[in-house]
Ligand binder design. Structure first.
Ligand code: SIN
Length: 360
């Protein structure tokens, strides 16, 4: 191999062989993991008027079989089966949907012929469903939530690569015991800490300060971090016999705040209120008397923050010991609502509930 042309030809052959080699695709088809895909709707199943429609499309149109057929590569990395659990845009997700989904996931994961689960979902409340499952799934097997920011009909739709990565992750032994994860945009995120941060970019899911868990690259997950908070098999919450969750709502903090929304929720009979307040969960003069009255009526009050990062300090901006309030730690308000609902299925003791907020 003396001539430069011969050397170049040899190197090209090596480069092409390396490019064709993908660890997961090299798996023995007889030993592929069994991954169940549960479809719930969302943009990943959305349909637009034409290929350049990336907003103003209709979510939840494409069925699970079409989603799977659109990505034939997944059949090379897993034995997949699909099930249409719901077909909704996820802004319409309810507590009842969550209970049904958690029960189905637990039933499937109890089967020896299911190694992992992928859940396709709209992105708007994806982090909430993920956290609910993180606290209620009773298995170490991987559960991976996935969505898309562009409808299935768009140029450069992100759904197919996201589904492919989600199936790889759900079938990976490295993903066992990591809690419920979100696989989007080549990133792996933890259900507890990730949030949607942009209305339309494909990079919308971020865990800005606590950090993502890892990357999906070259047909495999690459993990660098793990959430230390309890989840799945270590969680004390059991929804197997529940058909309803306690009413808990969120009120928002802002300048010139008034108590009208809070008082209406309490009059409705809410069992808990999450106050997504300003700063470190500060309690403005316009709402403080109503919050104190709310707690006196037996309703649990959780102080959280609209800021997006950081710990809400207990006995910081309010005397929580004296007012008998709970703080949300680093949970955003939509996830604090989920933990409070589950907490209320077990206790109304504020000390026990506060401990849960430091545990999960
Ligand atoms: C939805 O959340 O169901 C629609 C929007 C999306 O999936 O991004």
């Amino acid at each position: 191999m003396s001539s430069p042309q011969a050397k170049l030809a040899f190197l090209s052959v090596i480069a092409l062989s390396l490019a064709a080699y993908t660890p997961a695709l090299a798996q023995d088809p007889g030993h592929l993991p069994n991954v169940m895909i549960l479809a719930t709707g969302g943009t990943i199943a959305g349909s637009g008027a034409n290929s350049t429609t990336t907003v103003g499309y209709t979510a939840a149109k494409v069925g699970v079989d079409a989603l799977i057929d659109a990505v034939p590569e997944i059949k090379k990395v897993a034995n997949v089966k699909g099930e249409q659990v719901f077909q909704i845009a996820c802004e319409s997700m309810t507590n009842d949907h969550w209970l049904k989904l958690a029960k189905r996931v637990n039933a499937l994961l109890a089967q020896s012929d299911v190694d992992g689960i992928v859940i396709t979902h709209g992105t708007d409340t994806l982090e909430e469903t993920a956290y609910f499952l993180d606290l209620t799934v009773k298995s170490n097997k991987p559960v991976v939530m996935v969505g898309a920011m562009r409808p299935a009909t768009a140029i450069s739709a992100d759904g197919p690569i996201n589904i492919y990565n989600a199936v790889l992750l759900a079938g990976s032994k490295d993903a066992v015991g990591k809690g419920v994860m979100i696989a989007m945009n080549d990133e792996i995120s933890a259900a507890r800490d990730v949030t949607k941060t942009n209305t339309s970019l494909t990079s919308t899911f971020r865990t800005s300060e606590l950090g993502l868990l890892g990357y999906m690259q070259d047909n495999a997950p690459h993990f660098y971090r793990q959430s230390l908070r309890k989840h799945t098999t270590e969680s004390e919450f059991d929804v197997s016999n529940l058909d309803k969750l306690p009413d808990v709502d969120i009120i928002y903090g802002y300048a010139n705040i008034n108590p009208i929304a809070l008082d209406a929720f309490v009059a409705h009979g809410d069992k808990g209120i999450v106050f997504a307040s300003v700063g470190d969960g500060s309690v403005g003069a316009g709402i403080k008397p109503s919050l104190i009255e709310t707690r006196k009526k037996g309703v649990i009050v959780v102080r959280s923050s609209r800021v997006g990062n950081g710990i809400v300090a207990r006995n910081g901006e309010a005397n929580d010991d004296e007012l008998d309030f709970v703080v949300s730690d680093t949970l955003n308000s939509q996830k604090a609502r989920i933990l409070l609902m589950l907490a209320l299925t077990k206790t109304t003791d504020t000390k026990a509930i506060q401990k849960m907020f430091y545990t999960y």
